[in-house]
Design a protein around this ligand. Structure first.
Ligand SMILES: Cc1cc2nc3c(=O)[nH]c(=O)nc-3n(C[C@H](O)[C@H](O)[C@H](O)COP(=O)(O)OP(=O)(O)OC[C@H]3O[C@@H](n4cnc5c(N)ncnc54)[C@H](O)[C@@H]3O)c2cc1C
Length: 406
């Protein structure tokens, strides 16, 4: 693990702004600087606040830009519990999932996970990322946490009143006890070059659709050779996540409504008839993760630590468990950047993190394969899931509680 020299430490320097805004020398040793004011960064600031650790958020964009997030998130009930604890659960915008139907087009076998059969109720929740962000912002403001807009943190630059400027002199001391990176991307430009990447050469096309029949709180995950299609119940509509080859993404996104509905129908099959669709947006998909999620006085969380394929809806769920564990570990710590505490955090997160990365990566490989033995095993696997309640219960709990399912 590389250590960070002060010149690379991407921290705001005192004197760059009035002291009323910056942390003073006396108290700054306990403050955590959070780089990235998206859902992970805001959830972390709130969790630290609950554990008696002050934090400030530095966000590269304006809050209005951060709010414009077209993603729709499927969250576990465990995530709902964490967000409720943070006073940031947008109940009004959440639709419950009571059943999840998993199948593969053109193959035998399917499985149905039912909340009524599991000892979890409901299986999960669906909500627009925008609503979550708005609720988190309100909680941040209510807690009095400072949120600096348009303040990009990065090496080798530091923050100043006017935005970015070159780093300070060698020998500058870090202004904060800890920098928590919640910048939403796994960069390999930071001091530690230990990024693992898999390019699935896929994009997700997102939109919402109405169907002739009501959704009855059923989520659908349908695997096809072209990639998975997920339908998530949202209000009285369905949020669609249609995965396609990267080379097809622009064309599919630009299809007319009628042509897109025809494509969706062909990919999904006949269990629902789609009647209308909203404009489409697309996102590139891949897997990127850091081997090391801490370095000297730094920690990476959420998508900055691991960016997953959304197939199993694990990304933000995993981020919230990172947040929960880090804040719990740092509880009232006199020095939140203490190396021993960071090592404890890493140890506690290892199993869940590796499990979620491996689970998601395996799903993509197993369901994308066209080889006959894998197709056969896949059908058998879905049948087995349906026939063995304990196995099914395990998969549901893995998706809902992460490593706590073990
Ligand atoms: C199509 C799709 C569907 C998904 N579905 C699900 C799902 O169903 N369930 C689920 O749990 N997860 C899902 N995810 C994952 C989920 O969206 C992410 O895990 C979550 O949004 C990540 O939040 P974040 O705060 O870590 O990153 P972001 O939301 O990307 O926020 C990072 C913020 O950091 C700012 N920033 C970047 N660099 C800097 C810097 N140097 N200094 C200051 N600020 C900086 C950015 O401007 C941004 O606002 C999905 C993802 C995709 C792409």
């Amino acid at each position: 693990m590389a250590s960070t020299t002060p010149i690379n430490h991407p921290l705001p320097q005192e004197g760059d702004r009035g002291e009323d805004q910056w942390i003073t020398p006396r108290n700054r040793r306990r403050v955590v600087a959070i780089a990235g004011g998206g859902p992970t960064g805001m959830a972390l600031a709130l969790a630290l606040h609950h554990h008696g650790i002050p934090a400030e958020i530095f966000e590269a964009r304006t809050q209005a830009e951060v709010r414009q997030d077209a993603r729709v998130l499927a969250l576990s009930d465990g995530s709902r519990q964490i967000l409720e604890w943070l006073n940031a659960w947008p109940q009004h915008a959440a639709t419950s999932i009571q059943r999840i139907h998993i199948s593969h087009r053109g193959a035998l076998g399917r499985t149905l996970l039912r909340a009524s059969e599991m000892d979890v109720q409901p299986l999960g929740w669906v909500l627009p990322a925008e609503e979550l962000i708005t609720t988190l912002e309100a909680a941040i403001s209510h807690a009095g946490i400072v949120y600096h807009e348009q303040k990009k943190v990065g090496t080798p630059r530091v923050l100043s009143r006017d935005g970015l400027k070159p780093t300070g002199r060698a020998g500058d001391t870090p202004a904060f006890a800890l920098t928590a990176w919640a910048e939403g991307t796994v960069h390999d430009t930071h001091p530690v070059h230990d990024v693992t990447a898999h390019d699935y050469a896929q994009h997700a096309v997102l939109c919402q659709t109405h169907t002739a029949q009501p959704h009855h709180h059923i989520a659908w995950e349908r695997f096809t050779e072209e990639g998975p299609v997920a339908l998530l119940p949202l209000g009285n509509a369905y949020a669609v996540v249609l995965t396609c080859a990267a080379t097809d993404a622009a064309r599919i996104t630009a299809l007319s409504d009628a042509d897109f509905l025809a494509l969706l129908q062909q990919r999904f099959g006949t269990r629902h008839r789609f009647t209308s669709v909203t404009p489409r947006k697309n996102f590139p998909l891949g897997l990127r993760y850091r081997q090391q999620t801490v370095a000297e006085r730094q920690v990476w969380l959420g998508n900055a630590a691991q960016t997953l394929h959304p197939v199993a809806g694990q990304g933000f769920n995993l981020a919230l468990r990172d947040v929960w564990e880090l804040a719990r570990t740092l509880h009232h710590a006199p020095d939140p950047g203490c190396a021993q505490l960071l090592a404890t955090y890493v140890r506690h997160r290892q199993l869940d993190r590796r499990g979620a990365i491996g689970f998601t990566h395996a799903l993509i490989h197993i369901f994308a394969s066209t080889s006959p033995p894998v197709r056969h095993a896949r059908s058998m696997g879905l049948l087995a899931l349906d026939l063995f309640p304990s196995l099914k219960n395990f998969v549901a709990r893995r998706m809902i509680f992460g490593a706590r399912a073990w």
